[in-house]
Design a protein around this ligand. Sequence first.
Ligand code: NAP
Ligand code: GDD
Length: 350
Amino acid sequence: MNKRALITGITGQDGSYLAETLLGYGYEVHGLVRRVALQDPRHRTERIDRLPGEVELHAGSLESFASIFSIFGRARFDECYHLAAQSFVAESFVDSFSTMNTNVAGTHHMLEAIRQVAPACRFYFAGSSEMYGKVREVPQTESTSFHPRSPYGVSKVAGFDLTRNYRESYGMFCCSGILFNHESPRRGLEFVTRKITTAAARIRLGLADSLPLGNLQASRDWGHAQDYVEAMHRMLQQTEPDDFVVATGETHTVEDFCRLAFAAVDLDYRDYVRTDPAFYRPAEVDLLLGDGSKARERLGWRPRRTFEDLVKEMVDADLESAWRERATSNRPAPLPSPVPLHGRRQVAVA
Ligand code: NAP
Ligand code: GDD
């Protein structure tokens, strides 16, 4: 019998890669989506348009216990990956109340519905390195204490605690992944990596002329989303439920990311990146660096792509979109000159 999984947040970056991975393993895949997504498939379900198989979508709202409860009544799920969340840290400072509602009450609704209707269903919670916030030690492990620095971080600590509490109180198979930042060409445009790769590509093709950013010195442990969803799956295949850090063990600044992304299109980021106070946060997470030894030893998981591979893949994908945009724009601007090359190979773009 094929396993049946429910993914919340299936229309997001991770949900779409996870759906692909599970279909590849022969799962029957279901997704919880907001009703608006079903009503506007051209925009809202773009990331799952070309999956290698069928998925069954259920309209539901994380904020409504009744809607989640009814989905668990429709099919017997073996595994549930709870990825849906208000995931943009900056937005959580703007509207902390709805972030809390979606992320904390949403997670609570999922756990309680499973407890009442499907207690044998294995549950994955999308925890985050943002929970470490003002980090107590470097690198961060499963036993590093949390000190969240944003409403989003606070909401994820609450989700993590709820998940552990359902495991310990009711013997449910509940795991949290403490995932460090992971990116891909499917990353939302508001996150810094995608903002940089899109801008580098568009500037290269004369479609933009500068890139405003906030704190260039923040350091993140950036991996590839496609690698990370594999770790989520492995967590739910263990004999005992547990929590795992998933990270590459390397950290880079936002400025490093800019340098590499602009160099990939033969430009010098210093000519285009400017800092804008509007993109600074009220409280910042300065340095994240994960120690993924436990995941390596117990799950046999390790990242397959390097930081350099990730940046290149994202820039290449954004260059393709920028070429399409340029082809349809009325008056494309002249292309900027490549940086004077200090012994580097020149790449023709026209
Ligand atoms: P994402 O691309 O922003 O996707 C978020 C998903 O959540 C979307 O499918 C979105 O649906 C759904 N969602 C948001 N609010 C909802 C609501 N009220 N009801 C139902 N669905 C809702 O995020 P991601 O990068 O894939 O991340 C997946 C999860 O991992 C999130 O919980 C995030 O906080 C966590 N996480 C991410 C990272 C990372 O670096 N990517 C690291 C650690 C943890 P719509 O399409 O309808 O908006
Ligand atoms: N978004 C954004 N935009 N971030 C900027 C900018 C900018 O213009 N300029 C500098 N940054 C800095 C932020 O201040 C932050 O320190 C860093 O770039 C990364 O920001 P994001 O890409 O927005 O990601 P994040 O680290 O805040 O959160 C992501 O990773 C978490 C895991 O640590 C999200 O995916 C969260 O959902 C996830 O939990």
